[in-house]
Design a protein. Structure first.
Length: 307
């Protein structure tokens, strides 16, 4: 077992069956696509983009073993295991660790607002103490727009200082690169074995130049290959490749992210069951689908013209 490899991650969307349960086989096949033809180094299932907090406890507990049995490497998957109740987060985290997948992405407890740093510290301490494993690798999850429970750089530095390698890194979904840079400054970033992951692939070169570890993004579900092309491009082609990444990210931002990524996967596979959402989220409207289709065609035409 090992710490998650650095690089480009997709915050994987989740397929549901007709009863609203996770289709584990389809999710595993999809994540296999993401780390092969999809251009990603790893996947982060059951996070925000994966509707993790709308997935039943039964499914969340079963998924890590299914991924392990499918042969995913321990450094290739970061499971979302956060929950409002520390005991639930402990259970989800233990399930991942017991499956040989020690890397977990943990939201702070997000129901009670205006939580103090001391209260948030106590939550993570309880999680670490109850899991009680030196193999555990926690990636803190800063997403204040959604959780309304921000993590301060000073709290993150305190946790890293107290627990060392167990606090492996942080996903910053604030969308503000200065916030990512603040977390790097507080911890030392990759130079001090703390892996900060901004959430937008449009920031990928800034991230790599600022001691971040890579990107964990929802829109790399569809556009991971564009990021890979940008990273692999020579100096002459890098500007255009990054422009393609930014254009794709801007397109994704025009639509609700989770149903938008699922709609793109439904088109890719010809499988409309991908558009199923867990309430309260809903699939794209007919008008949104038409707009997204037209925008994707425009993106492809622009790429073809630039080649």
């Amino acid at each position: 077992m090992s710490k998650a490899r650095r690089g480009i991650y997709a915050a994987a969307v989740t397929p549901f069956d007709e009863e609203g349960n996770v289709d584990a086989g389809k999710l595993i096949a999809y994540c296999r696509h993401l780390v092969t033809d999809g251009g990603c180094d790893g996947v982060a299932p059951t996070g925000t983009t994966g509707e993790g907090n709308s997935i039943s406890a039964r499914d969340r507990l079963a998924l890590p073993a299914a991924f392990a049995n499918a042969g995913f490497a321990s450094d290739q998957v970061i499971f979302g295991t956060g929950a409002c109740a520390a005991g639930d987060a402990v259970a989800y985290t233990k399930a991942s660790l017991e499956a040989g997948l020690p890397n977990v992405l943990v939201l702070p407890p997000f129901y009670y607002k205006n939580a103090s740093d001391e209260g948030l510290y106590a939550y993570y301490v309880r999680l670490i103490d109850k899991v009680n494993s030196d193999a555990l690798r926690i990636y803190l999850y800063h997403f204040p727009q959604m959780s309304m429970t921000p993590l301060s750089p000073s709290l993150v530095a305190r946790l890293k200082g107290e627990f060392g390698p167990v606090i492996a890194g942080l996903k910053d979904s604030s969308g503000d690169f200065s916030q990512s840079a603040a977390f790097v400054e507080a911890t030392g970033g990759v130079d001090k074995d703390f892996d900060v992951y901004p959430s937008s692939e449009a920031m990928v070169f800034d991230a790599m130049a600022t001691n971040c570890a890579g990107i964990i993004s929802g829109s790399t579900n569809a556009f991971g290959n564009l990021v890979r092309e940008a990273l692999d491009a020579n100096e002459a082609g890098r500007e255009q490749a990054l422009a393609n990444v930014k254009a794709a990210r801007a397109t994704a931002a025009k639509y609700p992210l989770m149903p938008g990524m699922k709609q793109i996967e439904a088109w890719r596979t010809g499988d409309d069951s991908w558009t199923r959402m867990a309430p309260p989220l809903v699939e794209l409207t007919r008008e949104q689908k038409a707009g997204l289709r037209a925008d994707l065609d425009t993106l492809q035409a622009a790429r073809n013209a630039a080649q």
